[in-house]
Design a protein around this ligand. Structure first.
Ligand SMILES: [Zn+2]
Length: 357
């Protein structure tokens, strides 16, 4: 395919703000100059036609929590990682503040190359004018007070999407532990504060993200929300029975609300760990996209890469892997209209419907 005419990409999830935060010696300029050890930076985004996406503000487990490897319990057919303990509000709020500050600095020091999309017209403008349109998202709502008192402050700073939980419990709901084979039905549904959070997000025009949330929480959100249902980075449970992936019933519910599923590049969710992680092929992404498109329609599937947040197939490698994936989609028989939907139009439709301006 001629790259000049390549369809641009808007992606459902990346963790480059986490990479930047974890390397305080790096300046925001590293992102614009290029940072080979990350999946995503500005020069490679340009090569890939990657023009926008959700930039996650995510508080990692504090150092006091043993790493995932030491919390892993193997079983005969799979494993489960013992769930991490809840985060303090103070800690989560501080980390979120620092990461948001980094994103604001990326915008400020970008000389027009990166713009935080606060409205739908912002989004269209910076995406189509060749810059990078960043949507500010909190992944795991621990930095939001259960009273929702500080939600408006976050909105003011540019927040336009909230993932209710990461794979942890918080004041709003219960995230799934990382496990396979496992159902996503791993515990109770949304708390009262969680239900209020969904209603408040609907009112304010903040996209609610159901990635990492357990199944009962998902159904609670489905019942309450007036907006399209979204899971920004996940895969099909029917193909890989991992706790993070959506069942066919959940996928159908997403479609019924004109919602959207971003397909992750995480080899754990796509491939289930039956072979060495790096050997998972790029085709694994396609396999999940094809399955979801066949089940609920091409209007409801998009990219949700999780770049810089997970292990991805070595064939995909980094953000430039979008070039390969675009070609593979075409080879798999998705026509140009379908490709446009998958690459960005579906995300745009959902954001237009969810945001208030
Ligand atoms: Zn995630």
């Amino acid at each position: 395919m001629n790259r000049q005419n390549a369809i641009p990409i808007f992606d459902g999830h990346n963790d480059v703000l986490h990479k930047l935060h974890a390397a305080p010696e790096k300046d925001v300029e590293s992102f614009f100059e290029g940072q080979e050890s990350w999946h995503l930076d500005y020069p490679r985004a340009r090569q890939a036609g990657f023009r926008g996406g959700f930039f996650a503000v995510y508080a990692p487990n504090p150092d006091s929590v043993p790493d995932a490897q030491s919390r892993l319990k193997k079983g005969p057919d799979g494993y489960q990682v013992e769930i991490a303990p809840p985060l303090d509000f103070e800690y989560a709020n501080r980390i979120a503040g620092e990461m948001i500050e980094n994103l604001l600095r990326l915008e400020k020091e970008s000389r027009g190359r990166l713009k935080i999309a606060r409205t739908y017209s912002d989004l269209e403008e910076s995406f189509h004018k060749n810059g990078l349109a960043a949507v500010m998202q909190i992944e795991g709502a621990e930095a939001v007070q259960p009273s929702l008192e500080n939600l408006a402050d976050y909105y003011q700073k540019g927040l336009r999407s909230i993932g209710i939980t990461w794979s942890r419990e918080n004041a709003f709901g219960h995230g799934v532990p990382f496990a396979i084979p496992a159902s996503p039905d791993t515990g109770p549904g949304l708390t009262e504060a969680g239900k209020e959070l969904v209603r408040a997000c609907n009112r304010m025009g903040i996209m609610v993200d159901l990635a990492h949330l357990n199944e009962k929480g998902f159904w609670d959100a489905a019942e309450i929300s007036q907006a399209p249902l979204v899971s920004s980075h996940t895969a099909a449970h029917a193909l890989i029975p991992r706790s993070r992936n959506l069942t066919d019933e959940q996928l159908k519910a997403v479609a019924e609300t004109r919602g959207l599923v971003g397909v992750t590049f995480s080899v754990n969710d796509l491939d289930g760990g039956k072979r060495p992680k790096k050997d998972a092929p790029a085709q694994a992404v396609l396999r999940h996209m094809r399955y979801i498109a066949d089940l609920i329609g091409v209007e409801h599937v998009a990219f949700g890469s999780d770049l810089d947040g997970t292990t991805i197939p070595s064939e995909v490698g980094d953000v430039t892997g979008f070039n390969l994936l675009r070609d593979l989609l075409q080879e798999a028989g998705f026509d140009r209209d379908a490709l446009r939907k998958i690459c960005y139009q579906n995300w745009f439709r959902v954001l237009k419907e969810t945001w208030k301006d």
